[in-house]
Design a protein around this ligand. Structure first.
Ligand SMILES: Cc1cc2nc3c(=O)[nH]c(=O)nc-3n(C[C@H](O)[C@H](O)[C@H](O)COP(=O)(O)O)c2cc1C
Length: 218
């Protein structure tokens, strides 16, 4: 295999100094949910690209981790919610092992949030309400795509979409295999890039009803 060796050596030379902001014990929130709320709102205000995109890591029965990107669709003191196909690879992995990790990277703000915990399904009512709020083509898409399964070609999706559009017209119900997951956090980390690689890292771990906040070395 031939790679562009000059390009790969220039990758090794890529370096950025992070100098935009700092994260201190005194200026951060004692509650990680509020700290997350503040940072997500700042990412939205800064109009960073896809501020709502997060990586979800799950671990399968073979003890191998896998990751993919999803969109956060809600959060409150119970946890972080996204929607997907329960029969997908991630859905099957979560059915076998509910522990997962999330990661946001807001590049322009030089910030990362890592969140770990146990995942549960949101209630059927919550999934129904969110499903009903989606555009029609997304609702048909949830029926048309057997997410993570091998298909013989794109035509399968097109044919499925036509079939379900004709079947459900303007009112597709929520597919039984589609809905929300909520990660209930027990560990958070907020990372703020700083100069000279002396980044700020604050980790929150749950201790009974309160959160312990500790600084980690970068
Ligand atoms: C920006 C972005 C947002 C995405 N949002 C979702 C989402 O909210 N839910 C979802 O199931 N897949 C979403 N995807 C697709 C997933 O990354 C992934 O391809 C899919 O969920 C299948 O993953 P799995 O086979 O590991 O289950 C998104 C992809 C991108 C790039």
């Amino acid at each position: 295999m031939r790679f562009m060796s000059s390009l790969s050596s220039s990758i090794a030379d890529l370096r950025k100094s992070y100098e935009r902001a700092e994260l201190s014990e005194s200026a951060s929130n004692a509650n990680p949910f509020q700290q997350f709320d503040q940072w997500l709102q700042e990412a939205l205000r800064a109009e960073v690209p896809e501020p709502n995109a997060m990586t979800v890591a799950t671990v399968g029965g073979d003890i191998r981790p896998s990751t993919r990107i999803v969109l956060i669709k809600g959060y409150d003191e119970r946890g972080i919610v996204w929607y997907t196909n329960y029969d997908s690879r991630k859905g099957q992995q979560l059915a076998g092992n509910p522990f997962a990790a999330l990661q946001f990277h807001w590049v322009e703000l030089e910030r990362v949030v890592r969140i770990e915990g146990r995942v549960e399904k949101v209630s059927a009512e919550e999934s129904d309400a969110y499903f009903a709020s989606r555009p029609l083509d997304s609702r048909i898409g949830a029926w048309a795509s057997p997410q993570s399964q091998v298909i013989s070609g794109r035509s399968v999706l097109v044919a499925n979409a036509a079939k379900y559009s004709a079947q459900f017209l303007l009112n597709p119900p929520r597919p039984p295999h589609w809905g929300g997951f909520r990660l209930v956090p027990d560990r958070w980390e907020f990372w703020q890039g700083r100069k000279s690689r002396l980044h700020d890292r604050l980790r929150y771990t749950q201790e009974g009803d309160t959160w312990m906040r500790e600084r980690l070395a970068p």
